[in-house]
Write a protein that binds this ligand. Structure first.
Ligand SMILES: Cc1cc2nc3c(=O)[nH]c(=O)nc-3n(C[C@H](O)[C@H](O)[C@H](O)COP(=O)(O)O)c2cc1C
Length: 337
């Protein structure tokens, strides 16, 4: 029996629910073509960062104000490692155009920022270059004790609203799990902010302390499937609350991970670490295994499967909420080794 793997995400029709999320695996047309050949449903380009956009804008303003025709040494000298990552604001537009003409699947551009400001208007260039949608990764840490939870959420809303007002393509918001009430902010982002969907969850890279040098070092480790449980639970809880698309990210490595994400209510499952570790060919084997699993159990389509284990659909919703907690605690033996 053939299985219809197609899904809708942000109003876009995808041939299947597997998306390559923002990472170096999507930073060239060549890798995007390899992912498309392996059957990926869509790709998200690596993020263009607020700092890159504001840096270029500041440099332009400096040159205009000073009357110099040349940028001087700062024009290309700053943020070199970031330029290597995603080619910088101009190269990014070329990458969108090139990817769009090379593959038939949706190409989603990504903006990563933390503060409201003029940089968000860059979204319109991404749209003009052909981005099918924009993913907004709001990487804001609450470090100011004067700003409470609602204040942080208002900042999120301001950035999202200004991007949504700038473009006509759909906008997805990639969130961290660190909110007092995820249902409240999730609904607010969609209903008030105009987001077409949410990407759950952004993986925070925690700095490491180097005991030899006593310095704070970046610490980027690839994920494992064990990290999927957090997004799974929250997608199950939010599915019936949020009137927009939901994509799962963090811990999607295998066909079983994709299936679990769909069952709790995700419209799409995003993969980064597994592709970086195993290459684009991994996508084809995951998709074949998803199809095989569904076919063996007589599922005809992703839409039939999707959300059938969300909070509102499971016979025992408490298992997603508090009862699970007591059960887990009680399941451990009191006999210590
Ligand atoms: C090397 C690397 C670079 C990444 N760059 C970005 C990025 O530019 N923008 C973004 O939103 N997420 C970025 N991510 C996060 C991934 O898109 C993804 O959300 C995260 O890795 C969790 O998914 P995974 O468990 O499949 O790796 C990056 C991840 C890795 C490993």
């Amino acid at each position: 029996m053939s299985v219809d793997l197609s899904t809708h995400y942000l109003g876009l029709r995808l041939i299947n629910p597997l998306i390559a999320s923002a990472s170096p695996a999507t930073d060239s047309t060549d890798s995007i073509m390899r992912l498309a050949d392996a059957g990926i449903g869509a790709v998200v380009l690596p993020s263009l960062f607020e700092e890159q956009i504001t840096h270029i804008e500041t440099e332009i303003a400096r040159v205009v104000e000073s009357g110099f025709a040349a940028f001087g040494e700062a024009a290309e000298g700053f943020l070199p490692e970031m330029v290597d990552y995603n080619l910088g604001p101009d190269g990014y537009l070329t990458m969108i155009e090139s990817a769009r003409s090379a593959v038939g699947i949706p190409v989603i551009a990504s903006l990563n920022g933390a503060t409201p400001g003029g940089w968000v208007r860059h979204a319109e260039h991404l749209e003009s270059a052909g981005a099918s949608a924009i993913e907004l990764n709001l990487y804001m840490l609450a470090t100011d004790a004067e700003v409470d939870g609602r204040g942080m959420e208002d900042r999120y809303m301001e950035v999202v609203r200004s991007v949504v007002d700038t473009v006509t393509v759909p906008v997805a918001v990639k969130l961290t799990p660190f909110f007092s009430s995820l249902p409240a902010i999730a609904r607010r982002l969609v209903d008030e902010g105009g987001a077409a969907g949410l990407v759950l969850f952004n993986r925070l890279y925690q700095p490491e302390i180097d005991l030899d040098t006593l310095t704070v070092e970046p610490n980027l480790r690839l994920s494992t499937s064990a990290e999927l449980n957090l997004p799974l639970r929250w997608i199950a809880l939010l599915r019936d609350i949020v009137d927009g698309s939901i994509a799962a990210t963090t811990g999607i490595h295998t066909a079983h991970d994709v299936l679990k994400a769909l069952l709790v209510g995700a419209d799409a499952a995003m993969m980064a670490s597994a592709i970086l570790r195993l290459g684009p060919g991994h996508v084809a084997s995951v998709l074949a295994a998803v199809e095989g699993w569904m076919s063996e159990r007589d599922y005809r389509s992703v839409s039939q499967l999707k959300g059938s284990m969300s909070l509102g659909s499971v016979p025992d919703p408490e298992s997603f909420v508090r009862a699970n907690y007591l059960h887990e605690m009680a399941s451990w033996s009191t006999e210590l080794p």
